[in-house]
Design a binder for this molecule. Sequence first.
Ligand SMILES: Nc1ncnc2c1ncn2[C@@H]1O[C@H](COP(=O)(O)OP(=O)(O)OP(=O)(O)O)[C@@H](O)[C@H]1O
Ligand SMILES: [Mg+2]
Length: 212
Amino acid sequence: MLSKVITISQQKGGTGKTTLAVHLAMAFIKYHNLKVAIIDTDPQGSLGKWFMIRTEKKVSNENLTFKTASLWGAQYESKTLKNDHDIVIIDTPPKIESDARPSIEAADLVLIPMAASHVDFWATGAIVEIAKKANKKILAQINRSSKRSKLIDKTKDFIKSLDLESTQTIIGNRQIYTSSMGEGKTAVEKQRKGNAVDEIKKLSDQILNQLN
Ligand SMILES: Nc1ncnc2c1ncn2[C@@H]1O[C@H](COP(=O)(O)OP(=O)(O)OP(=O)(O)O)[C@@H](O)[C@H]1O
Ligand SMILES: [Mg+2]
């Protein structure tokens, strides 16, 4: 068992926390043969809805465990789940400033999604500070952005200015991420090859390297 915890966190809503949580989970299972647990700490329950649709449609949940918890509960829950899972992914709600700590404390790696957009930059400082104070390994993840966007260089500069590392994979703005989730699936289950599959697979490789 690897027994590692990844917390996906970002103050700003809609940056792709839940999308990345499920896509990484399924990539770890599919391409790395790992046992994965996902914990939904968001009262919106998007992750839970996804899992429910999945289960109703009888999509395979082999090697996948789903739990809900409060942000505090996630600390305990992830400790327990670590015992019999390779990776535990904690999906967090937006606007968590003061309650972020327990879910960050639980993490081996904090993944912070952001778009190549100034609006996302402005929202990112608080969570970075909390994760740094907790002495956690942090990776910024550029999501929903084109590699060719003029803002990519600015985004990379911004990440550097926070003294952060980012993953080497930019996740594109692709409809398959959204449409697959509506069916309780992920892009890696809907497609055998393609841009989304390529980038998610690469990202899962890189994150595992960072965890090892
Ligand atoms: N790479 C992407 N390409 C296209 N659409 C995306 C991408 N990432 C996320 N989305 C879409 O953006 C919206 C927000 O994504 P998601 O729910 O994953 O964000 P979140 O950070 O979990 O939001 P919240 O803060 O509300 O929990 C969703 O409609 C999702 O399908
Ligand atoms: Mg979410």
